[in-house]
Design a protein around this ligand. Structure first.
Ligand SMILES: NC(=O)c1ccc[n+]([C@@H]2O[C@H](COP(=O)([O-])OP(=O)(O)OC[C@H]3O[C@@H](n4cnc5c(N)ncnc54)[C@H](O)[C@@H]3O)[C@@H](O)[C@H]2O)c1
Ligand SMILES: O=c1ccn([C@@H]2O[C@H](COP(=O)(O)OP(=O)(O)O[C@H]3O[C@H](CO)[C@@H](O)[C@H](O)[C@H]3O)[C@@H](O)[C@H]2O)c(=O)[nH]1
Length: 434
């Protein structure tokens, strides 16, 4: 199949590369000329596990190309248009902006005709066809296929190539059939492709992310109650997870969910309800999460008091989750902003997100080449992302390096008893002080 993929961000680039990997002819289009130039040279503008290799191989073998010229890409690729990498029309608290649809505003008449004549759908689902106007009733019912594939949040291409399910929504049988053919190679192990109407497909994507967000806020609220009542959330979580009706996934307590999907999708659902339908549950999920993002900062402030100004804090982890450099809505932003406001000096390390952090903070914080370097001479370590490499540090070395043996663990990576043995003052989530 010939595909023109619009947007070369985390979504579009992964989807485009994976479609090339399964034998399609793909041209990825973006309005960002520097990005396209970089990609043409085989360099990937952000980190996703395994993506660089995927791009280089498919480019070398002639199935993947990059362009800033949408009209040319559509002409060359013969008309399957896939909006994968950008989601227009969601602003502020996720309220869709009326009248914005599919980036059509910058397209030529020819391109728009092409768009209507074929399929437009959003990769990995967040609001595919008509995302920008789901409050109006005038979305095209012709060729709109919405693809809403969700698997457990994993690693870029790996995640895309092995979906739990693929959801196709649309009203045009021909378009849906072509989309089915496109996705068939990704489900050869027998996972289902579900075909439904476009509104149900969209809603299934929103609702799936919203229930994940709900689970996280639930466990975080329970963690706070555990602290108050002297219970251990890690014990509670394990016991809960053994109940098949609950399951072990997405009940890890922490410093709140970030990223480009969960926060935005719950706000989009609240916005959909509008004035006619209150969504008190999701409002609460959002509120709990905002409080949770500030929790570690409050602990740091309480611990240091006046001494926070002028102290040096080592931050381990910047991205919103492990195995990505993505910092969108990352809890780390809330924490670092607060520390800087309080007059603390911040030295950060992240295996992949340093470049993103530099764009945001420039020289206002310092960056290390590993987690020990930033800890040297610091008054405390703050763990903000659950990177595997932070799971079993050399505690004796860490204690030696730190000016004060204090660890604020926002991801519950360590056993409080072990930390006590090593002589740390250890703060974590839902387990009281170690
Ligand atoms: N990251 C994820 O895992 C994920 C998953 C599902 C949905 N989403 C949603 O999909 C959307 C895109 O996510 P992302 O992570 O790829 O974002 P991103 O910011 O990394 O990428 C968006 C890309 O689209 C380009 N772009 C913007 N307008 C364009 C236009 N008119 N024509 C061509 N290119 C254009 C931008 O230059 C940018 O490179 C977001 O709204 C996000 O919430 C993200
Ligand atoms: O038990 C948990 C699980 C996750 N998180 C946090 O929740 C956020 C989101 O994590 P995750 O859902 O794994 O990452 P996303 O990349 O945002 O993936 C979600 O959003 C994608 C885009 O819609 C979907 O494709 C995925 O299925 C869906 O999990 C991160 O900050 C995690 O640290 C927790 O705090 N506790």
């Amino acid at each position: 199949m010939n595909i023109a993929m619009l947007g070369t961000g985390y979504v579009g680039l992964v989807a485009g590369s994976c479609f090339a990997e399964t034998g399609n002819d793909v041209v990825c289009v973006d309005i960002d000329e520097a990005k396209i130039e970089q990609l043409r040279q085989g360099r990937v503008p952000f980190y996703e596990l395994g993506l660089e290799e995927l791009i280089q191989r498919n480019t070398r073998e002639g199935r993947l190309a990059f362009s800033t010229d949408l009209a040319e890409a559509v002409r060359r690729r013969g008309g399957h248009l896939h909006r994968g990498g950008y989601a227009p029309g969601v602003g502020g608290r996720g309220r869709p902006e009326p009248g914005v649809r599919g980036g059509g505003g910058h397209r030529t008449g020819d391109e728009r005709r092409q768009d209507r004549g074929d399929q437009e759908h959003g990769a990995r689902g967040h609001g595919g066809a008509g995302q920008g106007d789901h409050r109006s009733r005038d979305r095209p019912s012709g060729g709109g296929g919405v693809e809403s594939r969700v698997s457990e949040g994993g690693d870029g291409g790996e995640d895309f190539m092995k979906p739990d399910r693929v959801v196709l929504g649309g009203e045009d049988a021909g378009s849906l059939e072509r989309l089915k053919n496109l996705y068939e190679p990704l489900v050869h192990r027998g996972n289902p492709i579900i075909v439904t109407d476009s509104r149900s497909a969209e809603m299934s994507k929103y609702a799936s992310n919203a229930i994940l967000a709900t689970k996280i806020s639930f466990i975080n609220e329970t963690a706070r109650l555990c602290e108050k009542e002297g219970a251990d959330i890690e014990q509670v979580r394990r016991i809960m997870g053994l109940d098949h009706r609950i399951g072990p996934h997405f009940i890890f307590p922490g410093i709140g969910f970030g990223g480009s999907c969960l926060p935005k999708d719950i706000r989009a659902m609240i916005a959909m309800g509008g004035d006619e339908l209150e969504m008190p549950l999701l409002e609460a999920v959002d509120r709990v999460n905002e409080t949770q993002k500030g929790l570690l900062l409050e602990r740091v402030k309480t611990h240091f008091g006046e001494a926070l100004a002028g102290s040096t804090l080592a931050v381990w982890g910047l991205s919103f989750k492990a195995r990505t450099d993505d910092m969108r809505e990352a809890p780390a932003i809330r924490v670092i902003d607060g520390l800087l406001r309080a007059g603390a000096r911040v030295r950060a390390f992240d295996p992949e997100a340093t470049k993103q952090a530099r764009q945001r903070y420039g020289d206002r914080i310092e960056y290390g080449v590993n987690n020990y370097e930033v800890a040297a001479g610091a008054d405390a370590v703050l763990i903000l992302t659950e990177w595997n490499e932070f799971r079993s540090p050399d505690f004796a070395r860490l204690k030696e390096l730190l000016h004060q043996p204090v660890v604020f663990d926002g991801r519950n990576l360590y056993d409080p008893a072990v930390m006590r043995q090593h002589g740390f003052i250890y703060y974590s989530i839902g387990r009281g002080r170690g």
